[in-house]
Design a protein around this ligand. Structure first.
Ligand SMILES: NC(=O)N[C@@H](CC(=O)O)C(=O)O
Ligand SMILES: [Zn+2]
Ligand SMILES: [Zn+2]
Length: 426
């Protein structure tokens, strides 16, 4: 029997309010929560002045294995997650091959069991090969352990195919995570349409290329009664569509990435390919609408869309670089610096968007500190000031626009199932 006693931290409880106290972990479960706990032969960890949070959950991660191991592997991606304070990640199926059948899901789970340091929840494809033509083996994949379906990286352009998938997903209580992008409207765009696309001469991506699809998904979810989750929301129009749909009782949820609430399209003037991602960085007004959406609960989840790409792939002309940036190790710092410090979200609300809310979207029993639950816990030092440095990133890829940023707040210890998988002291 192994015992771990966390002493004197601020225990986050977004429902009943946070309190200072101790948590006793026995083996892989939370055994006791209270004040002045004592436990013989427990390893004691003093967390005075620190926050004890439910382990963070990221439901939008590209682990790249199988097929793109030069960008990331399940081992390096989950180590990156652990350093960022994440105890669970859900991984997107746009690997090679695309995760669209039971055997591939089982293969992924067995690698995750062998190499993963945090919990890995696979997301299956909606359509075979994510090509949008015929449905993937959704029932079998569900049996094998997928927690959601998504063709992320691509939209499902055929609305009838999406309606079919939504209808079908209800039988398996699966949420569809939609990458909202109208391919015809997006064309060969690489950056947000606006002042900065004009002055840089880079090909524009309109806001409508996203919002038209957000509107479509909402209408189809409403018609079918299915659950849809909008990935990486980025425009003010999309936020408003979700807000109105929620008022009507549509089963729609959405997520935003830290880069979409932190950066605007102004940064593309550097022509740094680490400012290129899908959807693109948007305007000041969009960022303001996103913050409003976070505040009023329209935006449920903060997810990284961790999208590693190798240095040689990004080190090309802007038009030719792949879309995407890494995010697991900077997410928490950006949330605290950009949202909690300025008072946009309380610490409890911010943590809810990184724990219980994402857990609900993928339907897993995680994200709460309660006796009897898995001991997935993140210890956060919210006052820790640090600078993002390339050489300190443990992800295999270093494609982030945040190098040199000074952030406040970081995970100092990550515990998964009672086991310390990351500690800043080591
Ligand atoms: N976000 C990105 O810019 N890229 C993602 C795909 C995606 O999330 O749509 C990737 O897989 O690289
Ligand atoms: Zn996407
Ligand atoms: Zn993605």
């Amino acid at each position: 029997m192994s015992k771990l006693l966390l002493k004197g931290g601020k225990i986050i409880d977004s429902v009943q309010g946070s309190k200072t106290g101790d948590i006793l972990i026995i083996d892989n479960k939370i055994a006791k929560i209270g004040k002045d706990l004592v436990a013989e032969d427990a390893k004691i960890i003093n967390v005075k002045g620190k926050v004890i949070s439910p382990g963070l959950i990221d439901i939008h991660v590209h682990l790249r294995e199988p097929g793109f191991e030069h960008k990331e592997t399940i081992e390096t991606g989950t180590k990156s997650a652990a350093k960022g304070g994440f105890t669970s990640v859900a991984c997107m199926p746009n690997t090679d091959p695309v995760i669209d059948n039971q055997t591939l899901v089982e293969g992924l789970l067995s690698i995750a069991k062998r190499d993963g340091v945090v919990n890995v929840y696979p997301i299956g494809a909606i359509t075979k090969g994510s090509r949008g033509k015929e449905l993937a083996e959704i029932a079998n994949m569900r049996e094998a352990g997928i927690v959601a379906i998504s063709d992320d990286g691509h939209p499902v352009m055929n609305a009838e195919m999406m309606r079919l998938a939504l209808d079908y997903s209800k039988d398996f209580d699966l949420t569809i995570i939609s990458h909202c992008e109208d391919k015809n409207l997006a064309g060969d765009g690489v950056v947000n349409q606006g002042y900065y696309s004009t002055i840089t001469g880079l090909n524009p991506i309109s806001s409508s290329s996203e919002s038209v699809m957000v509107g479509r998904e909402i209408l189809l979810a409403e018609e079918t009664g299915a659950k849809v989750h909008i990935a990486h929301i980025s425009t003010k129009e999309s936020v408003e569509l979700v807000r109105q749909a929620k008022k009507r009782g549509v089963k729609v949820t959405c997520e935003v990435t830290p880069h979409h609430f932190t950066l605007t399209d102004e940064v593309i003037t550097s022509f740094d390919t680490n400012t290129k991602m899908n959807p693109p960085l948007r305007s000041v007004e969009d960022v303001e609408a996103i913050k409003e959406g976070l505040k009023d609960g329209t935006i449920d989840v903060i997810a990284t869309d961790h999208a590693p790409h190798a240095e040689e792939e990004k080190d090309v002309e802007y038009n030719y670089a792949p879309f995407g940036i890494v995010g697991l190790e900077t997410a928490l710092g950006l949330v605290i610096t950009e949202l909690v410090e300025p008072g946009i979200l309380t610490l409890e609300d911010a943590i809810a968007k990184l724990t219980i809310n994402p857990a609900k979207v993928i339907g897993v029993d995680k994200g709460k500190l309660e006796v009897g639950k898995d001991a997935d816990i993140t210890i956060i030092d919210i006052d820790n000031e640090w600078e993002v440095k390339t050489e300190e990133l443990v992800s295999k890829s270093k494609n982030t626009p945040f190098v040199g940023f000074n952030l406040k707040g970081r995970a100092v210890m990550t515990i998964v199932g009672g086991k310390i998988v990351y500690s800043s002291d080591k």
